[in-house]
Design a protein around this ligand. Structure first.
Ligand SMILES: NC(=O)c1ccc[n+]([C@@H]2O[C@H](COP(=O)([O-])OP(=O)(O)OC[C@H]3O[C@@H](n4cnc5c(N)ncnc54)[C@H](OP(=O)(O)O)[C@@H]3O)[C@@H](O)[C@H]2O)c1
Length: 330
């Protein structure tokens, strides 16, 4: 085995943080850890925050290799759970935040962060889904479990983004009528192709002030952006139905009121996929590998490590559409 690997390393230079492909030493394996040769990673909003320096609150110590997602083959194991040659998928926990992540060809992680690659999904298919898809599926599973109204549309915000676009895809596959809320008026065709029956412009949606209770036209919702958009969505959810919240690209503050909760029995469900138990992650991968299996290949771009920088800029600008997968090696 060689002693170094290639990774997209973020380093501080005169107060600014920039990334480049560098050669990095492979660490010594610790007890109950795995060393994995990463085949693919994927790009998530959190990776872009990690790549932007400590002010964004994701990563404290640099030089650092981001990448909250990785799939690959175990090349060293000090765990009884997995052996050399097993193919595994790793998402979240501290990987890509404080532990070097999937933007490197090698990761060294605790074995209880890994899930066996489902037999019905290829490594590429798993990363087409990635944390974005896992989060979308968890958001949908949770609103279905708590309650949504099948006869009304389900609203998805940030619909062209990673989490949003996979959520539209899954809801459409499950037979729901999906309304897609987007800031990109150029992406109507894309949103229709993934199963949205109606496209709502973010500007129009936010035109009128947020009311304590608006018309309850949605049977449920998946919010990926937070802020005032989430506040408005909550006011439009039908009685006894639910809405999940996972993101904050539109803002951290949530200026809502108690009426949707105490007069309509609406449930607001928080999603934290990175820190979910490994059993929960396994159960969601099982859904995505079987009944909820999607073909995301047409909506996923595959890039090389040296192209990561420009894709990070795009995601920070809210300009990404669909999913981006990073392929290691030639
Ligand atoms: N809690 C969790 O477990 C978890 C897991 C994964 C991701 N997340 C969070 O979920 C969010 C989405 O992540 P992602 O990886 O899907 O990112 P992404 O691909 O960049 O998608 C975000 C989408 O939000 C919309 N958007 C961007 N800026 C906006 C703004 N200022 N106001 C309103 N909408 C805006 C855009 O879609 P449109 O143009 O179509 O509106 C954008 O494509 C992020 O906040 C991320 O941190 C949370």
């Amino acid at each position: 085995m060689t002693s170094s690997y290639k990774g997209y390393l973020i380093q501080e230079n005169d107060g600014s943080y920039t990334g480049s492909v560098e050669s990095i030493d492979i660490p010594e394996i610790e007890d109950n850890y795995l060393i994995i040769k990463v085949k693919y990673s994927s790009l998530n909003y959190k990776d872009a925050l990690s790549a932007s320096g400590p002010k964004t609150g994701v990563t404290r110590n640099y030089p650092f290799v981001p990448g909250i997602d990785a799939v690959g083959e175990i090349i060293e194991s000090k765990s009884t759970k997995f052996k050399i040659g097993d193919h595994v998928v790793v998402t979240g926990y501290s990987m890509g935040m404080s532990v070097f992540g999937g933007f490197g060809e090698i990761i060294h992680i605790p074995s209880d962060w890994a899930v066996k690659l489902p037999s019905t999904l290829s490594s590429k298919e798993v990363m087409n889904i990635g944390t974005a898809g896992l989060t979308a599926a968890a958001s949908i599973k949770k609103i279905i479990d708590v309650g949504i109204d099948k006869d009304k549309p389900i609203l998805v915000s940030g619909a062209t983004g990673g989490v949003g676009s996979v959520a539209v895809n899954i809801l459409n596959k499950l037979g729901y009528q999906v309304h897609a809320l987007t800031g990109k008026n150029t992406e109507e065709e894309f949103l229709k192709s993934i199963g949205a029956s109606s496209i709502i412009s973010r500007e129009e949606f936010m035109e009128n002030p947020i009311k304590p209770l608006d018309k309850s036209i949605y049977g449920g919702a998946v919010d990926t952006v937070g802020g005032d958009i989430l506040a408005k969505m909550i006011s439009m959810i039908s009685p006894k139905c639910s809405i999940s919240a996972c993101g904050n690209v539109a803002g951290m503050a949530l200026n809502t009121n108690v009426f949707p909760f105490i007069l309509r029995g609406v449930s607001l469900i928080g999603i934290d996929s990175a820190e979910s138990s490994i059993e929960f992650k396994e159960s969601i991968w099982k859904l995505l590998a079987n009944d909820w299996k999607l073909d995301l290949e047409p909506y996923t771009r595959t890039i090389k490590l040296n192209e990561v920088g420009e894709e990070i800029d795009k995601i920070l600008d809210g300009k990404q559409v669909g999913r981006v997968v990073i392929k290691h090696g030639e």
